[in-house]
Design a protein around this ligand. Structure first.
Ligand code: SF4
Length: 338
């Protein structure tokens, strides 16, 4: 029976034996609508085995928005597309520090500074590095950065400033990537992630689904991520934005999004799987099902250029499910000031 096979694959993952490609493909083709609840049950067992009932949440701020040289087909900030994002907006250091305080007050254990653009100049690394130092002094949140493609020296410099985690999504499979982005390569992204790892910074790298990719592409990316071994894997679902080349793309169905989450839990069992952009739009009333499907982490507050729902409602959702929201540890400097 299909339910029994799904359950035995969950047992295998729990026993520490990773699924191979053939088993992953079997799950994709057999866990159809009639068996999705069996898939979710298996994913929940895997999540609880590796991560218990803990849930983490993070928050981001778009510190530099727009006028990007890159042509990412999904992105409203690309100068190649005519979208609602006009011109360049850069927040002040104080505005970003304020956003970090607010994220911390909302229960986020991590806070990410996100810039548009291919990658930072050395001057920007110094500028945002100084902001990171201030946030670490003034709040207990883990400080993350997402500044694009980095050189080895820039990654080392960010580590010196105290950046604890770096986000740089692979977005899709190597095969599908050139249909989405032509101004930089998959290997540019992988090189950045390796520089970040060598600098001793925790890696956050994941995907954007719903860009016309196949299930084979989704599995390719999951296996690529397994090799890369990031700490956090954010999963985003495309919100098609007017003026971008993907504006007319059919949205993913809710159950397909949840099936993706479960597949990623089976394939990346001990990782923090974070549901990020597109949660409200694609999952609607079923947002709490992300945990049933195997996620253990989610983004709260606003996204880069779209708004999320109130953080209170998200915290309540976690409590209602009987899950435990992980609060950031209070660092000594903050505790002493309290
Ligand atoms: S995703 Fe980043 S690099 Fe790509 S167009 Fe948007 S801001 Fe630029």
């Amino acid at each position: 029976m299909i339910a029994d096979r799904i359950s035995s694959l969950a047992d295998q993952v729990i026993a520490g034996i990773p699924l191979d490609r053939e088993q992953a493909e079997w799950l994709v083709s057999h866990a159809d609508d009639a068996c999705l609840l069996d898939l979710f049950r298996g994913a929940t067992r895997v999540r609880e085995h590796f991560l218990g009932r803990r849930v983490r949440c993070c928050s981001i701020v778009a510190s530099k928005v727009g006028r990007c040289s890159e042509d990412c087909a999904f992105c409203s900030q690309s100068a190649h597309h005519q979208t609602h994002v006009a011109g360049l907006t850069v927040l002040t250091s104080q505005q970003v520090i304020e956003a970090a305080r607010e994220a911390s007050a909302n229960g986020a254990d991590s806070f990410g500074i996100v810039n548009s653009g291919l990658g930072p100049t050395d001057a920007e690394v110094e500028q945002w590095g100084a902001v990171v130092e201030q946030i670490r002094r003034q709040t207990p949140v883990r400080v993350c950065a997402s500044l694009g493609v980095l050189s080895e020296a820039q990654a080392r410099r960010l580590a010196e400033f105290g950046v604890q985690r770096y986000n740089h999504n692979l977005q899709t499979s190597r095969r599908h990537f050139p249909r989405i982005i032509s101004t930089h390569s998959y290997d540019d992204r992988l090189a950045t992630l390796r520089h970040v790892q060598s600098a001793g910074i925790s890696v956050c790298s994941g995907a954007l689904f719903g860009m016309g990719e196949s299930w084979a592409d989704r599995l390719d990316l999951a296996f690529e991520l397994r090799d890369l071994n990031p700490d956090v894997v954010p999963l985003n679902f495309l919100i098609a934005i007017e003026g971008t080349p993907l504006a007319e793309t059919e949205p993913l169905q809710t159950m397909e999004c949840l099936k993706i989450v479960s597949l990623y839990r089976f394939l990346l069992p001990g990782k923090e799987i974070r549901i990020a952009g597109g949660r409200e739009t694609h999952l609607r009333d079923l947002q709490s099902w992300i945990f049933l499907a195997g996620a253990d982490s989610f983004l709260i507050g606003n996204y880069l250029t779209t708004c999320g729902r109130a953080a209170d409602a998200d915290r309540q959702m976690v409590r209602d499910l009987g899950l435990e929201l992980v609060e950031p540890p209070v660092p000594r400097r903050v505790a002493q000031q309290a």
